[in-house]
Design a protein around this ligand. Sequence first.
Ligand code: SF4
Length: 514
Amino acid sequence: MNNEVRSDTSTLLPRGRQVDFAQLSSPSQWKPDFAVPYNQRVIGKKILISNDFGDWLLLTHDEFRDFVEGRPLPGEPLYEKLKKANFVATDVDLWAQADRWRRKKRYLFFGPTLHAFVLTHRCNHGCQYCHSSIVGMERMDTDMSIEVARRGVDVAFSTTSPALTIEFQGGEPTANWEVLKFIVDYARQKNLDAKKVLSFALVTNLSLMDDEKLDFLLDRKVQICTSMDGPADLHNKIRIFRGGDSHELVLAWMKKINQRYAQMGLDVNQYRVEALPTITRPSLTRWRDIVDQFVDAGCRAIFLRKLDPFGFAAKSAKTLGYSMDEFLEFYAHAVDYIIELNRKGVQVMERHAAIMLNKILADEEPNYLDLRIPGGACIGQMGYAPDGSVYSSDEGRFVASMGDDMFRIGSVDDGYRTLMTNASTRALVMAGLNDGQPDCVSCVYKPWCGQQVEYNYKTQGSLHGHMRDSVWCRKHKSIFDYLMHKLEAADERDMEMFQLWTTNRTLDHFIVER
Ligand code: SF4
């Protein structure tokens, strides 16, 4: 049982806490064989219980006491409620649960889906938090060559996954435009035989975009994602660009691309440029401005990302960094404001919340690689560096750019089988299991949480980490707490809104025809 007690420094962000069993019921009354294994946590006036199937209930204290004492009898409302949520051990349909587990863990039955190609380390921006150790635009020696790209695509296509997303990263990936074009066309060609569910994503600062490039990207159905930190003063202060006004450029291109999507007849509610903010110290008081800027730019989703511990971000932590409490206070303010906007009819959601609610309310597993078990390292994603090195993920490659090859699992010459079965890969996968983690095993959020071994390693010096002192755990537990308090207090209108956030719409347009 997890007895941690943490101080609640935030008045806005309600924290869950551990159940004091001694006050609720005497151990002599407990009937452990009544229930399936479960964990519990106090949420407001209720007690949250969850089981490994992913079911959960918010019980009153009296209901919880009756539950641990195994008192409810068949036919009684509490018994039926517990039975429906698979908490009564003798009433669980194991075959149905096995099917459900297989559906939600389907990613375990095949290899990595996401293949991140770092096309170059060059970039024309000097973002203060950049985690990918960029170099100047003259350093063409850091570009990926056509030959490395070809071998990388061959490795990516050897994944046993029926779906394959090739993501272009950098530096600024459009700086190595010829190789980007080569990969897109080579992969499309290969897919005539492979017949995978193939898609492409480009993460770009948009500063090198022009009409010719945009025509190519739209024609080849490459999804475009960019970075925007909020209003102009905030964005331009951190995302330093000597070639012009970065914020103005980003907004202009976002508008243009969104218009092109509309001209192509795509549903404008779904097809929009995805922009991601990185939250820095100057952002902390600007939650309202940031959300407003995203809404003004036509975004339907905001992914409020905490500063990474990787690369330049680690070096600039003194000026841009903040405590986890400060981030969580910011997060709660921002999401409260997003909820307020939704109540006024504005369609916008926060992505962490949407991913978690998808698991909690919709019983789905969105395969978000940072919040799944085992974590996404190697078996969910692979990162390909310009020199042909293959890493456990893009984060693994960030660690390498800081001089530590801990997450290098091989090279594009090694072949898929070697990459997937070598000792490093096995160790990284095993470390990404919550079921082997002290604290996680007794955490009520375990069915929906996950691990990122690279983060554990970078922040705590061990692949497994130590969840009790982990900022990773702190962040996720606090956001789960925040959402559970919202669900506990939600009225019908709020529940409708949260359900809407969980609605998964596949962006079929971005799937290359097979
Ligand atoms: S990492 Fe997740 S599952 Fe583990 S203790 Fe923290 S919140 Fe719970």
